[in-house]
Write a protein that binds this ligand. Structure first.
Ligand SMILES: NC(=O)c1ccc[n+]([C@@H]2O[C@H](COP(=O)([O-])OP(=O)(O)OC[C@H]3O[C@@H](n4cnc5c(N)ncnc54)[C@H](OP(=O)(O)O)[C@@H]3O)[C@@H](O)[C@H]2O)c1
Length: 293
């Protein structure tokens, strides 16, 4: 399907901004680039981008402005001051800088007050993945802007729009990362146990751990349904059975491996059982986490 060519600005040409600019160039858009350290624009300019001497000049040349710099706290100053706020009038700002939901909401208000449309984005990819089918970018904010520029955004990755609340993209981005770090933590503990017994971690990982985790992932939608309904029915794999013995903690200590990653999870499971939910499965642990609010 051919994509309508647009005038696009990219503010910020670090590793990620450069990958985004290159994807836009590959899709045939007219790309204007600006970076605080001017020399970093040389590569994209050699590949066909137009160089802007100021952020304001880049914004003025475009109908959609992609922002990707290191810190969210600097984005407001970049758009409102260095890019000259009035130049945002009638333009769409797509901010792909990582930040918090609160920062995204306040940026949406700020851009809207300057007459622009705002989309916040969470990039679920490393720069090398940009433009490839396995990359994913989450968006939230003005639906009309997402629909108008979806053809441009789809050149970066698979685009998923989550809703009008600009905070939804960063919230889901961080939730996905928290799932990933939980898996990495489990992997690190499992690898330490295998290594403590002299076993090759590589063989254990490909032969046993990856297929096991893939099988366990199959149970997540059913657990998610329990969490959504608040109905944690009895299960054959009850929490009471799971915490009857701290076998993993005991083995870790015996092998000289720290249980500092696993112990907090086990403590939450024990607390849930102490609260009278020993017949239920693991999903109810989320209720213990929600109590921290
Ligand atoms: N790289 C990844 O794997 C990845 C993945 C997902 C999301 N992200 C997000 O993408 C964003 C950019 O990451 P990156 O990997 O491109 O970082 P990077 O390679 O370190 O580049 C940082 C960029 O931010 C600019 N910058 C920093 N402070 C600035 C300021 N006060 N005003 C204007 N520009 C400023 C830098 O300009 P100078 O060249 O002048 O220093 C540079 O262009 C971050 O929010 C990051 O969390 C990155």
């Amino acid at each position: 399907m051919s994509v309508t060519k647009k005038n696009v600005a990219v503010l910020g040409l670090g590793a990620m901004g450069t990958a985004l600019a290159d994807a836009l160039l590959a899709a045939g858009h007219r790309v204007t680039v600006w970076n605080r350290t001017a020399a970093r624009a040389d590569g994209p300019v050699e590949r066909g981008a137009r160089r802007a001497n100021t952020a304001a000049e880049a914004v003025a040349a475009a109908e959609v402005v992609i922002v990707c710099i290191l810190d969210y706290a600097d984005v407001g100053a970049l758009l409102a001051d260095r890019a000259g706020g009035e130049v945002l009038q009638g333009r769409a700002v797509v901010n792909l800088t990582n930040g918090s939901p609160e920062e995204a909401r306040s940026m949406a208000e700020r851009v809207s007050a300057l007459g622009g449309a705002y989309l916040d984005g969470g990039i679920m990819a490393v720069p090398e993945m940009i433009g490839r089918p396995e990359a994913l970018v989450l968006y939230s904010g003005e639906r009309a802007a997402f629909e108008a520029y979806r053809g441009v955004l789809d050149g970066f990755a698979r685009s998923v729009y989550l809703g009008a609340d600009a905070g939804l993209a960063p919230l889901n981005d961080l939730a996905l990362l928290s799932g990933m770090y939980g898996m990495f933590g489990g992997f690190a503990h499992a690898a330490a146990l295998v290594r403590s017994a002299g076993g090759p971690v590589a063989e254990f990982t490909t032969g046993l751990l990856v297929p096991w985790l893939q099988a366990m992932c199959g149970g997540l939608p059913a657990m998610a349904a329990e969490i959504d309904s608040g109905d944690y029915g009895a299960t054959g794999s009850s929490l009471g059975m799971q915490v009857a013995h701290d076998s993993i903690g005991a083995l870790s200590r015996a092998q000289g491996v720290s249980d500092e990653l696993f112990a907090p999870v086990f403590a939450l499971m024990e607390r849930r059982v102490a609260g009278g939910h020993g017949d239920e499965g693991f999903a109810g642990v989320v209720e213990e986490l929600m109590r921290a609010r």
